[in-house]
Design a protein around this ligand. Structure first.
Ligand code: AMP
Ligand code: TRP
Length: 333
């Protein structure tokens, strides 16, 4: 089985440091090692209401952000999901493979539907099946994601396995989640027990990829911490979620380990650590923000990248879908 990487990201809200360190930076690295297919999942976005004009603008924006973060369209395939019909077609077939009981266990549906579960869209309920279709339409073997996507990846594996078993074929490889790096779960700057999220009401809880140097510095300065200095060993970070989070962010941005950061800052207070972290964060994010702004001013280029990406994506998905239709027993020419 040849290694093929697939991952997706929703075009809702701006990218933050959690997306960047938990997912995008891994994408950027993997494009040098394997065939990569990266998808802006506009069809997943509409599982919750989206203003049409805003959805189109945000799809462009997310693509621009990914390009700014280093995704190279000459290497990786970058496109938006709705341009390739295989996603919808395979999702339907896999809806007939996945079981209601499996979807009932999905925690993200429970979180997103909230109290009014009866009022949620059916699309939100089958969201994980569309995600499985995204991956399997390309027979992808590796899926770089943040930790919060683990359950959805397990479902994709279960669906692939059941399809193969039901039809007695070896069509789909079982996709492996790739959850790696020192910051697979970046936490909120206001509460070290909650993950950094675009849906947090407080903008102070997250660092956006578009924040300028002043905003980044202010957010890190005001980040919640405890009064203790940084410990001598990694063990000493246990039970100190805010300290652990900031050390993890530093390590990820510097490209070292949390242990190395502790070795450097052991015994120092946050009065010394925070300015160093702010400086590092600004240095890493400024060039991305600048390129992002440049690309936003050139929507025709971004759309062209997505169109060409969709053509390349179809070239991979079409023969796989032909085998799927044949396997399922659809009468086609
Ligand atoms: P989302 O913004 O929730 O659509 O997530 C896009 C990608 O970023 C997914 O691969 C997530 O797992 C990842 N991600 C989102 N938030 C975080 C976080 N706080 N820490 C690490 N990874 C994250
Ligand atoms: N559900 C993912 C998220 O919220 C986005 C996504 C859609 C995805 N399809 C995917 C991720 C396929 C990996 C593979 O982040």
């Amino acid at each position: 089985m040849t290694k093929r990487v697939f991952s997706g990201i929703q075009p809702t809200g701006n990218l933050h440091l959690g997306n960047y360190l938990g997912a995008i930076r891994n994408w950027e690295q993997m494009q040098h090692e394997a065939e990569c297919v990266f998808c802006v999942v506009d069809m997943h976005a509409i599982t919750l209401w989206q203003e049409p004009a805003a959805l189109r603008a945000q799809t462009r924006e997310m693509a621009a952000a990914l390009l700014a973060a280093g995704i190279d369209p000459a290497k990786a395939i970058l496109f938006n999901q709705s341009q390739v019909t295989a996603h919808a077609e395979l999702a339907w077939i896999l809806n007939c493979v996945a079981r209601v009981g499996w979807l009932n266990r999905m925690t993200q549906f429970k979180d997103k539907a909230g109290k009014d579960r009866e009022g949620a869209s059916v699309g939100l309920y089958t969201y994980p099946v569309l995600q499985a279709a995204d991956i399997l339409a390309y027979a992808a073997t590796h899926v770089p994601v943040g930790e919060d996507q683990k359950q959805h990846l397990e479902l994709a594996r279960d669906v692939a396995q059941k399809f193969n078993n039901d039809f007695g074929v070896e069509l789909f490889p079982l996709p492996e989640p790739v959850i790696q790096g020192p910051a697979t779960r970046v936490m909120s700057l206001r509460d070290g027990t909650k993950k950094m999220s675009k849906s947090d009401a407080s903008d102070m809880s997250r660092i956006n990829l578009t924040d300028d140097a002043d905003a980044i510095t202010a957010k890190i300065k005001k980040a919640k911490t405890d009064p203790e200095p940084l410990p001598e060993t990694l063990e000493g970070l246990k039970g100190r979620p805010e300290a652990e989070n900031l050390v993890g962010i530093y390590a990820a941005l510097a490209g070292t380990s949390a242990a190395a950061v502790i070795a450097e800052f052991a015994g120092k207070g946050f009065g010394a650590f925070k300015p160093a972290l702010a400086e590092l964060t600004v240095a890493k994010l400024e060039p991305i923000a600048a390129e992002f702004r440049r690309l936003l001013a050139d929507p025709a280029y971004v759309e062209d990248v997505l169109h060409r990406g969709a053509d390349r994506a179809r070239a991979i998905a079409d023969p796989i879908m032909a085998r799927v239709f044949e396997t399922v027993g659809f009468l086609r020419r």
